[in-house]
Design a protein around this ligand. Sequence first.
Ligand code: C5P
Length: 193
Amino acid sequence: MPFIIAVDGPAASGKGTISRALAQHFGFYHLDTGLLYRATGAKGGDPIASAQGLCADDLTRPDLRSAEAGQAASRVAAIPEVRAALVDFQHRFARQDPGAILDGRDIGTVICPDAAVKLYVIASDQVRAERRAAELNADPGEMLEQLRERDRRDSERATAPLRPADDAAVLDTSDMSIDQAVARAIAIVEAAR
Ligand code: C5P
């Protein structure tokens, strides 16, 4: 049985950094599921057709990391048919030996409810805005507004809203260095192995 780690949380909480570090530490595969929604939004046209026709090349577009791509992603991510079109790929990815880490918003609740480990990574709005502003070389105040808008949309949508699974370990990275957050995540995974 492959070992599945689900990592969820709001934008810029640190879940991507933690997931990459876990993948390296344990030698597991890692999928940033946000990229699927970013690529769907960036393709334009009918989002359902875009999600159904998503291919590997779509995931390597250089503009997927922008704040605009994030907003477009969260709009298409509220469409149930878009989410449904991306489920199979995520399930197949999760079943790889020796294990897989998927990070996103609904991994522990919807995509992999039986994951061996579920992390829900959070950080204060202020800290997240500062992190994202540094990453994108943008204004923290503007980032704060955008993150809040995106979190609101992600949390309030009817299908697979952002929320912690009942059995998720909550990791607040507000006052942690990257090394501290990664060490804590590794300890949680070790305890479950
Ligand atoms: O994680 P990232 O910021 O790249 O995600 C972009 C958007 O994709 C999120 O704001 C969210 O709307 C959507 N998303 C989702 N479910 C996931 C991953 C991302 O709805 N599992």
